[in-house]
Design a protein around this ligand. Structure first.
Ligand code: MRU
Length: 348
């Protein structure tokens, strides 16, 4: 995607370093962050400098490649298996992370260079699959459409294009009239900060709405289509995604608004029979109790926005049962989740 005059991917690798857009600084500052070792890449995933299923998948694949490349040259004590465990402990929910680590680990058993090639291949596939999802998803829209989205499943959440936002970008390029309602997505505000920044950067008309506004807008027929990303999809079509997705799916059903999920097949986990098997990350309560923003001098600051002395609970994801999902847009086609065609499409 283009930022300023330059084309960027969210995450990439050059030599033995991994580079990424520093997402914790957006939308206030655009900076590139360098991770010289696999451990730095692990910390960047945990601290959400890079976030979103596809982007952390690519970053984790690169981290695995870094572990192979660097253990050969200097750190004898570092065993590749320990590195794999470290990478897999960074964040628990997005399947893409485990998918990428497994592929690069197996490739690296042949040679460190082979690990690097596999990690680059995963990143390339992620971008290509996202583009295909965009093409298929855009076909679902009429000439004019008002879309609701949640969190950020745009190009910042993948290597390029994104999933939930890819159809929006493609539809706009096809000359369709698209408008996006952007859920702010408390507590970290990936909607208000990242999705809004992406859409503004691409001149796509949008407004940020409070997380609790969607039902009122649907009741007033302001929303035609809901499209969201996914962090892990179970064999029965249940979808884990950013906390708040489930309630949007329920209200969409109530108001007869089609609810779609957009995700590459690398997000599916057929070892999880239902959504109950998907591990749900619980994050630091401070993300709920405090907010970050900038002051008048452009300095990034953290302020308390809750009653001192109160505790907080911070589950990062929820699970939407497949019965609420009209379809899952993948690079291989659109799956009717509740029709159980998942296994078939994964095998093609
Ligand atoms: O916690 P995050 O920001 O890594 O959450 C991931 C997400 O952005 C959403 O859940 C998204 O819809 C799926 S990942 C493309």
């Amino acid at each position: 995607m283009i930022v300023g005059e330059k084309s960027y991917q969210t995450v990439w690798m050059e030599g033995t370093s991994v580079f990424m857009i520093q997402q914790n600084l957006l939308p206030f500052k655009f900076e590139i962050y360098e991770c010289p070792t696999y451990w730095d890449t692990c910390m960047a995933i945990t601290d959400m400098i890079v976030r979103g299923a596809g982007a952390i998948g690519a970053a984790a694949g690169y981290a695995m490649a870094q572990a192979f490349l660097l253990s050969n040259k200097k750190t004898k004590a570092l065993t590749i298996r320990e590195a794999r465990q470290d990478i897999e402990h960074t964040r628990p929910t997005a399947k893409n992370l485990f998918y990428a680590v497994d592929r690069v680990y197996k490739a690296g058993l042949i040679s460190p260079e082979n690990a690097m090639i596999e990690a680059q291949r995963i990143a390339l596939e992620d971008a290509q699959n996202s583009k295909k999802i965009g093409e298929l998803g855009a076909e679902l829209f009429g000439r004019s459409v008002n879309i609701l989205t949640h969190c950020n499943a745009g190009w910042l959440a993948f290597v390029d294009f994104g999933t939930a936002l890819a159809p929006v970008y493609l539809a706009k390029r096809q000359g369709k009239d698209v408008f996006v309602y952007v859920d702010e997505t408390r507590p970290r505000n990936q909607g208000a900060k990242l999705t809004a920044w992406e859409l503004h950067n691409d001149n796509i008309p949008h407004v940020i709405i409070p997380d609790n506004a969607a039902a009122a807008l649907m009741a007033r027929k302001k929303i035609d289509f809901v499209i969201m990303g996914a962090d892990r999809i179970a064999a029965n079509g249940d979808v884990a995604n950013k906390i708040g997705t489930l309630e949007k799916a329920i209200i969409a059903k109530e108001y007869g608004v089609p609810f779609y999920v957009a995700a590459p097949t690398s997000t599916f986990d057929i070892d999880c029979k239902t959504g109950k098997d998907i591990p749900i990350e619980e994050r630091d309560p401070d993300e709920v109790l405090f907010q970050t923003g900038i002051d008048n001098n452009g300095n990034l600051i953290k302020i308390r926005v809750s009653s001192p002395g109160s505790k907080a609970l911070n589950p990062a994801f929820d699970v939407t049962p497949s019965k609420y999902i009209e379809g899952i847009i993948t690079e291989k086609g659109i799956i009717k989740a509740h029709n159980m065609s998942i296994k078939k499409i994964l095998e093609t």
